[in-house]
Each structure stands twice: as C-alpha cells, then as structure tokens.
Design a protein around this ligand. Structure first.
Ligand code: PGA
Length: 246
C-alpha cells in the first residue's frame, strides 16, 4: 500500500503580513502538483488570512500547536477548535522545539492530539531522538516510547512526523538506510497500534529536507512525505521539494 504523500511546511516563528506574496506563489504552484497534498503551517497570527487566501485551492493550512482544552482560562494559548474556526485543517503537536523549550511531555502531546481529533483536525504528531540518544543506540526505543505516550487511541486522524532532533535546522540528515530502518519500525508499530488503519497513517520525514536531498529522502520506503522547516519559507524551495512527487 502506498499512501498519498503530504508535504507540510512548518514556518515556526517566521512570517509577517508581507509574507502573503510567498503564500500566493505556493498556492499557484500547488495547483500544478496533483500527486501530493500540500500544507503550510504559519504562525497563528497569519493563520486566518492564509486560510482565507488558500480556500478553494490545493493548499491546506495548519497550526503549529494547540491547547488540550477547547476553551478556558489559558492566557496565550490557542485551542484546536479555534484553529479549526480560523480555517485550519491540521495541527502539528509535539514538535521537538515544544518538547524541549516548553517541557511538553508525551502525555501532554497525546492530550493535544486528542484535542485535534475532537476539533476535526489532522494531528501531525512529531517524534525523534537526540544525537546522544542515537549515538547510544537508543533511537528506536526513544521513538517507541514517544509513540506509545503521544499517539491518541482509536482510528484518529493522525500523521506521524519522524524528526531527529539533531537533523532539525542543522543541514544534517540521517542516511537513507537509517531513515528506512526508523520508518519501517514506526510503520510496524502503527500497524500493531491501529491495526489495518495503521498502514494508511502517513509517516513524514522532517529535518533539513531541501530541494537537493528531497528526491533521495522521499524515495525511502515508508516515507509518505515531509515536514519542512526552513526550506518551506521560500515558495521556490518548498515547491521544488513537493515537486519530487510530480
Ligand atoms: P528544518 O526543520 O527543515 O528547518 O530542519 C524541520 C522542522 O523542524 O519541522
């Protein structure tokens, strides 16, 4: 079974209203890419504008994080329902930058993924090991623990993004062989967790995906697309990455 690929851009804390021109280029380019789903996850300040601009196009818009509650006394937080209301179709949860800098635990990530499902959003659940964990031979056990702790149960609408922490923003990537090992491992785990539906769960690779390496990385078995950080800020680079799917 091959899954329809998804290439999602994580803009992180980048982008002002002036970025609308870059978005328009992505929307225009997306119309020509019929074999891949495209998504941009802008900062929350731009989400409603971007969703309005992308409405009716082939580009989906997602959030970068959500709170587990639908509403409440949570200053500064944004709920999955609010993202949905602003026009989002998905939300990234458990990105390593949130796990590291905001002390998000697996349980917190699972609560966010459940919130996404409750609001009708696809949850893109991020997992990945640090350099020290890989060097110690613990990459698979770390990822297994993150999957066990972070994935919502049931046939929730979920994609997994495997993002080795040391590959994010560093220009480094695992070898195709190491990615194949990890994605095969995640696929087997998803199948045991979700049964047959787990074969249809998309597993994205993320971490220094660029136009130069996208073809090789996206060709690896069980890589169903990419979560792209830095290179998603430039329409030309982002479209070149998605363009490997033709
Ligand atoms: P990068 O980021 O492509 O800039 O390495 C990926 C991510 O953090 O999702």
């Amino acid at each position: 079974m091959t899954n329809r690929p998804l290439v999602a851009g994580n803009w992180k804390m980048h982008g002002l209203k002036a970025s609308a021109g870059e978005l328009q280029k992505i929307i225009a380019g997306a119309q020509k890419l019929s074999h891949v789903d495209l998504m941009v996850c802008p900062p929350a300040t731009l989400l409603a504008d971007f969703a309005a601009a992308a409405r009716g196009s082939r580009l989906a818009i997602g959030g970068q994080d959500c709170h587990a509650l639908a509403a409440g006394a949570c200053t500064g937080d944004i709920s999955a329902e609010m993202l949905k209301d602003a026009g989002a179709q998905a939300v990234i949860v458990g990105h390593s930058e949130r796990r590291q800098h905001h002390n998000e635990t697996d349980a917190a990530v699972r609560a966010k993924a459940l919130a996404a499902g409750r609001a009708g959003l696809l949850a893109i659940v991020c997992v990945g090991e640090t350099r020290a964990q890989r060097d110690a031979g613990d990459a698979c056990s770390v990822v297994r623990a993150q999957l066990d702790g972070s994935l919502p149960g049931g046939a929730a609408d979920v994609a997994v993004a495997y993002e080795p922490v040391w590959a994010i923003g560093s220009g480094l990537t695992p070898t195709a062989h190491d990615i194949a090992d990890m994605h095969g491992f995640i696929r087997r785990h998803l199948a045991s967790y979700y049964g047959e539906a787990g074969r249809g769960t998309r597993i994205l690779y993320g971490g220094s995906v660029k136009p130069e390496n996208a073809k090789e990385l996206m060709a690896v078995e069980h890589v169903d697309g990419a979560l792209v950080g830095g290179a998603s800020l430039k329409a030309e680079e982002f479209l070149a990455i998605a363009g490997v799917y033709g």
